[in-house]
Design a protein around this ligand. Structure first.
Ligand code: CA
Length: 419
């Protein structure tokens, strides 16, 4: 396997070997403006400065000089491949540019990371069958668990791009309308059932005009991130019929700071599961479109060590991101560079593989016990929820880093949120 002259990139445990080279952004100390960077071993590579130094010239195109990767994405798959090949060259053992590259390396450990892309639109799907079955069983009973359309359509809703935030951003507990099942009328109060959802996000790197096939949709995907779709379950339960979630999902969506390029995940492609109902031809996949990515979530109460509360895998999805994207275009809806598609919660078949607290605590009826002894049905103020994930190769990992957020107490007066 190709090795790097950056020794930490050759470790079997690093998330960022030479074979990954994910796209991020950081804010340099004493500066306000984020810059594009690449993760390699224990370092970030300042791609913005390196481009000014002439190290990253691809056909004279601007690529990393703005604060996010939308510019590169807009250039399309040929330039994505050429840019990645150039990065691989610069970091490979024996690269003649070592000294020039070294000037732009900074320790990752103390970097302030920023949003790696300008999110243009955010759509969240509901494409994990274990999750849809668990939630449906709790809300509608086992016999009606899956909605009638579920085996035909990768169902989703249009979410908010404005509240997609990078890992490390605190999440304020929202207020909302809550109605207890036995109450006649709702009250307006802070959410009591704040939850996470373990998902993957697909980053759309090419625009569409009209409908695209699943194969074409796969080509349009630039890369993947970890995604936590924070969910206010009590607000959701009262508001969701008939138009789906609205305020319950609008508070925040956290993504990992690194967009792992689709090219780095190629060796880990796996097929979607056998279809239980034949799909309409426009949703058929020309090849394997899911990925074998191990995922886990930890929960750490304030000042306490984290406990792993679930382990699952992206291959548990029923629909792939390419199918979701193809379906998204059937209406003629134009997709844009920087659109983000949430996979839907990724639960596996067993209790220990459930991707949300709603499922792990079975609606609050079976609280979890954390390693430090605390019980949790839903998130409490001060809790830190962290997702991590990686594809395991032979002696290396393609990692996503961490996707983390800490819950802040609700404001005492919701109209005085201070911005
Ligand atoms: Ca979701």
């Amino acid at each position: 396997m190709q090795r790097s002259w950056i020794e930490s990139a050759n470790s079997a445990e690093t998330h960022f070997p030479l074979q990954n080279l994910p796209y991020g952004a950081f804010v340099p100390p004493g500066d306000d403006l984020p810059r594009c960077c690449i993760a390699i071993g224990d370092f970030l590579f300042d791609a913005h400065e390196a481009e000014f130094d002439g190290l990253l010239d691809i056909d004279g195109l601007p690529i990393a000089i703005l604060g996010n990767w939308n510019t590169l994405m807009a250039h399309g798959p040929r330039i994505w491949a050429a840019f990645r090949a150039r990065l691989t060259e610069l970091f490979s053992e024996g690269a003649p540019e070592q000294e020039a590259v070294r000037k732009h390396l900074h320790p990752l450990s103390d970097a302030q990371l920023a949003m790696p892309l300008d999110v243009r639109g955010y759509t969240d799907f509901y494409a994990g069958k274990h999750h849809a079955t668990n939630v449906g069983t709790m809300f509608r009973g086992a016999e009606n668990a899956l909605p009638p359309n579920w085996l035909s359509i990768p169902i989703g809703y249009n979410g908010r791009a404005s509240s997609v935030v990078v890992s490390g951003t605190p999440v304020r507990r929202p207020w909302g309308q809550l109605k207890a099942p036995d109450a006649e009328l709702p009250v307006f109060a802070p959410c009591k059932r704040l939850d996470f959802e373990l998902e993957m996000g697909a980053v759309v790197g090419q625009p569409s005009e009209g409908m695209v096939s699943v194969g074409k949709a796969d080509e349009m995907i630039f890369g993947y991130v970890l995604l936590n779709d924070w969910s206010a379950r009590d607000i959701q339960a009262w508001e969701y019929q008939p138009l789906g979630p609205f305020q319950s999902k609008a508070t925040a969506t956290t993504i990992s700071p690194w967009i792992v390029p689709k090219a780095a995940l190629e060796p880990f492609r796996v097929p979607t599961p056998d279809r239980e109902r034949a799909l309409l031809p426009y949703l058929e996949e020309p090849g394997p479109m899911l990925y074998d990515i191990q995922l886990e979530a930890t929960l750490a109460p304030e000042g306490k060590a984290p406990t792993v509360i679930t382990r699952t895998n992206y291959r548990e999805m029923y629909y792939s991101a390419a199918q979701q994207l193809a379906h998204h275009t059937t209406s003629g809806c134009p997709m844009e560079v920087g659109d983000l598609l949430g996979s839907g919660t990724i639960s596996g078949p067993e209790r220990g593989n459930r991707g949300s607290l709603l499922e792990l605590s079975w609606g609050g009826k079976e609280p979890l016990t954390l390693d430090a002894g605390e019980a949790r049905s839903f998130l409490e103020d001060g809790d830190t929820l962290t997702l991590t994930g990686w594809a395991q190769g032979e002696g290396y990992r393609i990692g996503f880093g961490q996707c983390s957020g800490t819950v802040l107490a609700a404001h005492t007066d919701p109209t005085d949120a201070g911005g």
